[in-house]
Design a protein around this ligand. Structure first.
Ligand SMILES: [Zn+2]
Length: 236
């Protein structure tokens, strides 16, 4: 039996048989995996905590033909303050749903795991407006996956975006200057210069520093995060 050591966070759990669970773990080495947690529903199970939603652990796993099984687990963080806050948990649930949609087994998810862990640390610490945190997560996630649009020049005429009103075209995932937009503005959202600078920062920043920026008016930033993530999720 080959034992494999990974670090990972549970992003989904489902009941399986009477005492077992199938958990989905976002790992540092194996991508996103499904794992059978035998006996995890028993109150005296040694892997009771490890197999719960949003618990980050070091796991020792083994693989049978089809599935991974948990051999042992050591909790690194349970994010206790988050799991007792229903509103925050709801927001994080949306993030784990997105992660589930865009990741797979054997994919390199090291950066996505790092980003998600940083995101929930920041939300737990409450050091930043949660709407900024959520939008930043979405922008960086799809940047990591290779979907970041160009943010310095208009995608159509190549003129610098500093000198004009800026629009995000969510149908083609491009930033455009005002001259290059159609009369019909329904496929665009207007982006302020401050928001554009924030987006540019997030795309360029290291995952560790991705939340280290300030933004006063967050309405179009929040909208951009939502629209960008929705467009990218539906396109995958
Ligand atoms: Zn243009």
């Amino acid at each position: 039996m080959n034992l494999i050591k990974v670090k990972g966070i549970v992003i989904k759990e489902t009941t399986y048989k009477e005492n077992d669970k199938i958990i989905t773990i976002l790992t540092d080495k194996l991508g996103k995996i499904s794992c059978i947690a035998r006996g995890a529903k028993r109150t005296n199970s040694p892997i009771l905590a490890n197999s719960q939603y949003l618990v980050y652990s070091e796991f020792v796993l083994y693989k049978s033909k089809k599935f991974y099984y948990i051999n042992t687990g050591e909790v690194i963080n349970t994010f206790y303050n988050l799991r007792i806050d229903f509103d925050k948990l709801n927001l994080i649930f949306e993030l784990t749903k997105i992660i589930n949609n865009v990741t797979d087994e054997n994919q390199d998810t090291t950066k996505i795991l790092q980003l998600f862990l940083n995101t929930i640390y920041v939300i737990e610490k409450q050091s930043k407006d949660i709407n900024i945190v959520i939008a930043t997560f979405k922008i960086k996630l799809f940047d990591i996956l290779g979907f970041a649009p160009r943010t310095t020049v208009c995608a159509n005429c190549n003129k610098p975006l500093e000198n004009s009103n800026v629009y995000y075209d969510y149908v083609s995932n491009r930033f455009l200057c005002e001259n290059c937009t159609n009369e019909d503005k329904r496929r665009y959202i207007k982006i302020s210069q401050a928001t554009l600078i924030a987006i540019r920062y997030i795309i360029a920043a290291d995952i560790k520093k991705v939340f280290s920026f300030e933004l006063k008016n967050i309405s179009d930033f929040k909208l951009f995060g939502q629209v960008f993530a929705d467009a990218m999720t539906s396109g995958i």
